[in-house]
Design a protein around this ligand. Structure first.
Ligand code: CA
Ligand code: CA
Length: 293
């Protein structure tokens, strides 16, 4: 199995980045990833003012997937994730919805246990997820701190082990990269960071021709999930709902009004993150809803 070193990182998803590895469709590959601070935060004394912002949000890659050409879809199955046993969380003035009110910069180290996170003496749910994952946009590059139609910094807790993520292919080889894993994060990521961890991600990539999913799109055992990123949460909600209605209309014979009412009754519109340059919302629809008796 190919392994992509955490030494090969990019800070912009860009069609001109030279690929660091090449695989065939349906091949499995491991991405080693740094945490979002390039593993530079070593203690709780390292607050945001010590951060080298040129090293924030490294994404390992890009990976060239043979046979992928513009217009295809890249199916990324997240087979397995392992993470380090400590993680870093921080906030500071200007970060997140409460940023204007926060005056004290603070960094907290959390411990990662088998099934939980230990944080300030409390036990938190462990939610291991990938914050940054995407392909290279066809036009201008996008920095790895920003989510958009190519994926990127979507900070969506459902991008986790066992899930399948569908991304657009806009350049030859797709140029997939990923990083910014979290050991825990709540919807919204309101303080501006998750429990930032390094680790390894094993994925299987497959090139799909003629896939009509609205992208980016997630599938879990129970859910279909449409994702929208835009400058405001309101705009991101519009994108996510629009994407999911398109999906429902293609899978059923519903018109737009019917599909919208269906989502109104059975879809959950949720905030993925409210802190990045583009905000991200998602619509979750239980798969069981579209099954006819
Ligand atoms: Ca992130
Ligand atoms: Ca992060």
């Amino acid at each position: 199995m190919k392994r992509i070193s955490k030494e090969t990182v990019i800070f912009e998803m860009n069609r001109n980045q030279p690929p660091v590895a090449k695989v065939a469709s349906k091949e499995t590959v491991i991405f080693e990833t740094l945490d979002c601070f390039s593993n530079t935060v070593k203690s709780e004394a390292d607050t945001i003012k010590t951060i080298d912002f040129s090293k924030v949000n490294p994404a390992t890659g890009p990976l060239f997937v043979e046979g992928a050409v513009s217009g295809d879809t890249l199916k990324v199955t997240i087979d397995k994730i392992t993470i380090t046993n400590t993680g870093v969380a921080m906030t500071a003035h200007g970060m997140g919805p409460l940023g204007e009110k926060i005056t004290k910069e603070q960094t907290i180290i959390g411990q990662v246990h088998e099934d939980s996170i230990e944080f300030l003496g409390l036990t938190l749910p462990k939610r291991v997820m990938i914050g940054v994952i995407g392909t290279a946009p066809g036009k201008e590059g996008v920095n790895t701190g920003t989510p958009d139609t190519h994926g990127g910094n979507m900070d969506t807790i459902l991008v986790r082990e066992g899930a399948t993520l569908y991304l657009p292919v806009e350049v030859d080889g797709a140029l997939l990269s990923m990083g910014d894993m979290h050991g825990a994060m709540g919807d919204g990521e309101v303080g501006g960071s998750g429990l930032e961890v390094a680790g390894e991600i094993q994925v299987t990539v497959e090139v799909l021709k003629q896939c009509d999913l609205p992208l980016p799109f997630i599938e879990t055992d129970e859910l279909y999930v449409a994702i929208g990123s835009a400058p405001t949460l309101d705009e991101a909600a519009t994108v996510a709902v629009d994407q999911m209605t398109q999906f429902v209309m293609k899978r059923t014979h519903m018109n737009l009004s019917e599909a919208t009412i269906l989502l109104s009754l059975a879809g959950d519109l949720k905030v993925s993150q409210a802190v990045n340059p583009n905000k991200t919302m998602r619509v979750e629809l239980p798969k069981s809803v579209l099954k006819r008796p």
